[in-house]
Design a binder for this molecule. Structure first.
Ligand code: HEM
Length: 533
């Protein structure tokens, strides 16, 4: 990456081979037409000192809502503008695929929804969407609260032991690890009725799932895809381990699919959606998908779908909960406000589908956490044909021409912290969503307006006209948004119903790292204390 502040010029070279090759490649890739864009050029050190999405923010402030990032032999287009994001994600969604992301995830998720090509995606999205119906979500709230209760009981036991052994009334826990186990247990039960039991024990399958997630993260941050070189599978120890981990998970999923097929009963989708979920032993998505489609469903496709939901639904939710305790721990008055709501709505009881809807402040906390720490911070696309982007908010009336094959990052992080769309963008203020905000005069952007999405469970991308993308937008928007929102609301409500939480160290000592999601580098160590009466 070359460093030079210019909005119009092509990158300068210092004459080295990499720079020259990079410029040649960039201009071949762009056919010269990306040249109309501002170019962000930074020192290579900008990339290594901090996560990429933070560097992209600095360049956004410098260069505006659409700029080109020249990176070694590659050029990326970075979008931080709601009008252009709306065009890519919704209005012209089928002119893009998942590009680099699909290349990284394909060995793990196969043709699952996230990396799927458009033809596969259209079929599978139509098959999977009906599975997230109201009665399913209602049954899942029970799963969320049962699993959260196990985490709370475990913490209470640790606290009692600590009190007895040393008289100290506080325990220290890495909440990132706790939430990771909780989210894994929940996703296992809800997607394929498998009890990982990871809050209380370890198993080879759990280890394999974490190993696979770790590898996905490694691949998303490594500089070149050496794993595509077939001998790497045998020569590189971590790639050998990855193949072993995949086999453990695939064998487990294959067994569950086989079992679901052998015990299949019904075929009619409407009946399936109306069945009595309160008495159903297995309310999982797998059960629904197999019952709906029957024996003709392709095992491989089903396994890819399950694996995709396992990964998509686990890491994201765990990250949201982790950053929620980070932000709340720094705002004790917001913890009190949340606890007042929990007491009023739940008392000492467990959440239900109906009561979760009344935990409005907790839900706004979750949404505000997603604004400040979006998971993932960047959405990735690649043009399938030459494209012309619309003008953005800075009066960039002339559309930039983007050639086929261009890699695009939509920076959700930049949109969510943009000083052009948010007051005090870096402040944690769940209450901000209760205030109405008019369009700020930006041509082509409709402002925030709840009436555009009446009855919405949360302030979504339609209300914000793509300035806020907590679960993406357009046809490839998250399929599990309501599931995830309720899950996070239940887990946070049950934690703060019983405990007060503080950070163990200073907020500044928590270091960010990012792969697919934003993590705390050394865990999120917190002090948990029984709530004062
Ligand atoms: C897609 C966020 C939880 C399943 C997405 C996308 C985002 C997202 C931003 C769009 C990606 C893109 O456009 O490239 C989140 C967040 C979650 C969460 C923040 C938790 C707080 C879940 C859960 C599930 C799930 C619980 C499943 C049970 C999926 C799937 C897709 C997806 C299958 C791909 C949809 C498609 O391409 O049709 N998610 N997600 N997610 N998510 Fe989620």
């Amino acid at each position: 990456i070359r460093c030079q502040s210019t909005n119009t010029k092509e990158p300068k070279t210092n004459g080295n081979i990499l720079d020259n090759a990079s410029n040649l490649f960039t201009s071949l890739l762009s056919g010269g037409s990306l040249a109309s864009m501002p170019i962000a050029e930074g020192a290579v050190s900008d990339l290594f000192g901090k996560p990429l999405f933070l560097s992209l923010y600095d360049w956004f402030i410098e260069h505006g809502g659409v700029y080109k990032l020249a990176f070694g032999p590659k050029a990326f287009v970075v979008i931080s503008d709601p009008i252009v994001a709306r065009h890519v994600l919704r209005e012209n969604a089928f002119s893009y695929d998942k590009g680099v992301l699909a290349e990284i995830l394909e060995p793990i998720m196969g043709k699952g929804l996230i990396p799927a090509d458009l033809d596969t995606w259209k079929l599978r999205r139509r098959a999977i969407s009906p599975a997230f119906h109201t009665l399913y979500l209602e049954a899942m709230v029970k799963v969320f609260s049962d699993c959260s209760e196990k985490m709370i009981l475990k913490s209470e036991k640790l606290l009692r032991e600590k009190e007895v052994s040393s008289g100290v009334d506080t325990i220290e826990l890495d909440m990132e690890a706790e939430f990771s186990s909780l989210a894994l247990d929940i996703i296992g039960l809800s997607v394929f009725n498998y009890d990982f039991g990871s809050v209380t024990k370890e198993s080879p399958v759990i280890k394999a799932v974490y190993g696979t997630l770790f590898e996905a993260e490694h691949r998303s941050t490594f500089y070149f895809p050496y794993w595509n070189f077939p001998p790497a599978r045998w020569i590189v120890p971590r790639q050998r381990k990855f193949q072993r981990d995949l086999k453990v998970i695939n064998d487990c999923l294959d067994g569950l699919i086989q079992n679901a097929k052998e015990t299949r009963q019904e075929t009619d989708v409407e009946k399936l959606q109306q069945r009595d979920y309160s008495n159903l032993k297995d309310a999982s998505l797998l059960r629904f998908l197999v019952d709906m489609r029957g024996a003709d469903i392709d095992d491989r496709q089903l396994r890819d779908d399950l694996m995709t939901m396992l990964i998509a639904g686990h890491e994201t939710t765990a990250a949201v909960l982790t950053w929620a305790v980070y932000l709340l721990a720094q705002n004790p008055e917001k913890i009190r406000k949340a606890q007042a709501e929990i007491d009023a709505v739940l008392g000492q009881g467990a959440p239900t589908y109906e009561s979760v809807k009344n935990l409005e402040y907790i839900r706004l906390i979750v949404v505000e956490v997603l604004r400040l720490y979006p998971q993932p911070p960047l959405l990735i696309r690649r043009t399938l044909k030459p494209e012309t982007l619309p003008g953005g908010y800075k009066g960039e009336k002339e559309g930039h021409k983007v050639p086929k094959g261009t890699d695009i990052f939509i920076s959700v992080y930049n949109l969510h912290r943009s000083p052009y769309f948010w007051d005090n963008p870096d402040e944690f203020e769940p209450e901000r969503f209760l205030r109405t905000k008019e369009s700020n005069g930006i041509e082509g952007w409709a402002g925030f307006d709840p009436s555009r999405s009446p009855g919405a469970l949360y302030p979504n991308e339609i209300i914000a006209d793509f300035a806020f993308l907590p679960f993406g937008g357009g046809p490839r928007k998250c399929i599990g948004d309501q599931f995830a929102l309720m899950e996070s609301t239940v887990a946070l409500a049950m934690l703060f119903q019983k405990f007060d939480v503080e950070l163990r160290g200073s907020p500044e000592s928590v270091e960010l790292v990012s792969g697919a999601t934003i993590h705390a580098k050394n865990g999120m160590w917190c002090k948990l204390k029984r709530r004062s009466k």
